[in-house]
Design a protein around this ligand. Structure first.
Ligand SMILES: C[S@@+](CC[C@H](N)C(=O)[O-])C[C@H]1O[C@@H](n2cnc3c(N)ncnc32)[C@H](O)[C@@H]1O
Length: 173
């Protein structure tokens, strides 16, 4: 079995799938998990229109990412994989959601390293959109600071929508 965890949505999927399937013997199974599928949900709301704009621009950075001169990644990788896997000759046996749902437990304490993980997600969003012409720097920096403060107070809830796929590679036709 070939497994790929949280990687395909960073690559040029059309170019990557044939190379992956070449690694499998005919009849071999593949399990591709944590494929981002276009929702980065942060609660509570700070400002509905600003929150929505930041989510849209953040996903746009995923759609425009270029690695080695090629577009690499897609903010809707999950839903696109249904047809991309078939186009590459894969047979989908099962597919389902694998959302990250992160929230604080009792007393506003996040379990394990999840507060660190949340700070890293907010830091990643800040890095991806810092200096973006569609965002006023002071307003965006303040939004980021509020998100970090929400983690410190145990208020922030983060949901990332993702899909997993189990399938078989029948071999080259
Ligand atoms: C989100 S991490 C997931 C790592 C690991 N699978 C896990 O679950 O912890 C994404 C990984 O994909 C690798 N990666 C990104 N683009 C890639 C590409 N085009 N080809 C191969 N690996 C890539 C990165 O180096 C990174 O290690």
């Amino acid at each position: 079995m070939l497994t790929l965890h949280a990687v395909l949505d960073l690559t040029d999927v059309g170019a990557t799938l044939p190379k992956l399937f070449d690694l499998l013997a005919p009849g071999g199974l593949f399990y591709f998990s944590i494929n981002f599928d276009g929702a980065t949900i942060l609660q509570p709301t700070i400002d509905p229109s600003l929150d929505a704009r930041i989510e849209r621009l953040y996903h746009q950075t995923m759609d425009e990412r270029v690695v080695n001169g090629r577009l690499s990644g897609d903010s809707q990788t999950g839903r696109h994989l249904f047809h991309q896997l078939r186009a590459a000759g894969g047979v989908i046996l099962a597919a389902g959601g694998s959302d990250w749902v992160v929230f604080a437990g009792e007393n506003g304490v996040y379990p394990a390293d999840e507060a660190y993980f949340l700070h890293f997600i907010i830091h990643t969003m800040h890095g991806a959109l810092a200096g973006h012409p569609a965002l006023e720097t002071a307003v965006f920096d303040n939004w980021i600071a509020q998100r970090h403060a929400q983690i410190e107070s145990g208020d922030l809830v983060y949901i990332a929508h993702q899909l997993d796929f189990l399938g078989r590679w029948p071999g080259k036709p």
